[in-house]
Design a binder for this molecule. Structure first.
Ligand code: ZN
Length: 274
């Protein structure tokens, strides 16, 4: 995630005919009309694709139950080690890339998820060009992503919405664009884009939707997994931030998602400069 002030949470969506939403509808009676609980149907294979160690916090409260209950249900694909991120440890982080790789392994283990951790450079500009050069060309980069998806054979892939990347971090937006390009060449899986934005205000974190028409998901029953995930990334989150997550009121424990393809004209309320 972007260390600065914005962290994110999730996204998820689906059309009414999918098993995911069909089961969601059953679970939602007691909450406001737009809000859904998350209940993936049995046998789903869930894949998160992000830019940095800790980005998966956006999707953890949506998929954690399935990951925990089925050892082969979840895989995280992370493009970089996040070696140029911030360090939240008073004692310093030393080799930040190595430390964050270790934290990412811990986080994946907590979630019972496979981890594929790539070594593309942690850049904040010219992301596509940099990663394409490192992969041997743009087509090879897309092919590498496609093969990684095919290798796991997911039923649902979660990633960033390239329109904002949840924090406007260029690498988040690039991952979203690259995944969309790679998966558009396939018949499956379903693709779900994260619309959750989390703003860091002081030591607190507030969650909101990047778009008026995104699907709001009640993730209160999996919130503890988010806290555990964040605690695994000790170089990125202070104890105060962890406590603020723990103190988030139950009615604010929400994630927001769109299913790809996006609505024709999404009503975004969260915008990036470029
Ligand atoms: Zn990130």
């Amino acid at each position: 995630m972007q260390a600065k002030r914005v962290f994110l949470l999730v996204a998820l969506t689906a059309t009414l005919e999918t098993p995911l939403v069909a089961s969601i509808r059953v679970a939602v009676q007691a909450v406001p009309r737009r809000t859904r609980a998350v209940r993936h149907s049995v046998g789903q294979r869930l894949m998160w694709i992000g830019a940095h160690p800790d980005d998966e916090g956006l999707v953890v409260p949506i998929i954690a139950n399935e990951c925990a209950q089925n050892a082969s249900a979840c895989r995280f694909l992370v493009f970089t080690h996040g070696e140029r991120g911030d360090c939240a440890l008073v004692s310093g982080c030393g080799d930040l890339g190595s430390l964050r790789a270790t934290e990412m392994m811990k986080a994946a283990a907590l979630l019972n998820a496979d981890l594929v951790l790539w070594t593309f450079s942690d850049v904040g500009e010219n992301v596509d060009a940099t990663w394409s050069a490192e992969a041997g060309g743009h087509e090879k980069l897309i092919d590498q992503i496609s093969r990684a998806v095919a290798d796991f054979n997911p039923t649902i892939v979660y990633t960033f919405d390239p329109n904002h990347g949840s924090t406007c971090h260029p690498a988040h937006r690039a991952v979203g664009e690259l995944v969309l390009e790679a998966i558009s060449q396939e018949r499956s899986p379903d693709l779900i884009l994260i619309e959750t934005v989390a703003i860091f205000a002081g030591n607190g974190i507030e969650f909101s939707s990047a778009a008026k028409d995104a699907v709001e998901v009640d993730v209160s029953d999996q919130w503890d997994y988010l806290i555990r995930d964040v605690q695994a990334h000790t170089s990125q989150f202070t104890p105060q931030q962890v406590e603020s997550l723990r103190a988030t009121p139950i009615e604010k424990r929400r994630a927001f998602i769109f299913r790809s393809p996006l609505p024709l004209q999404p009503e975004y309320t969260f915008h990036c400069d470029q």
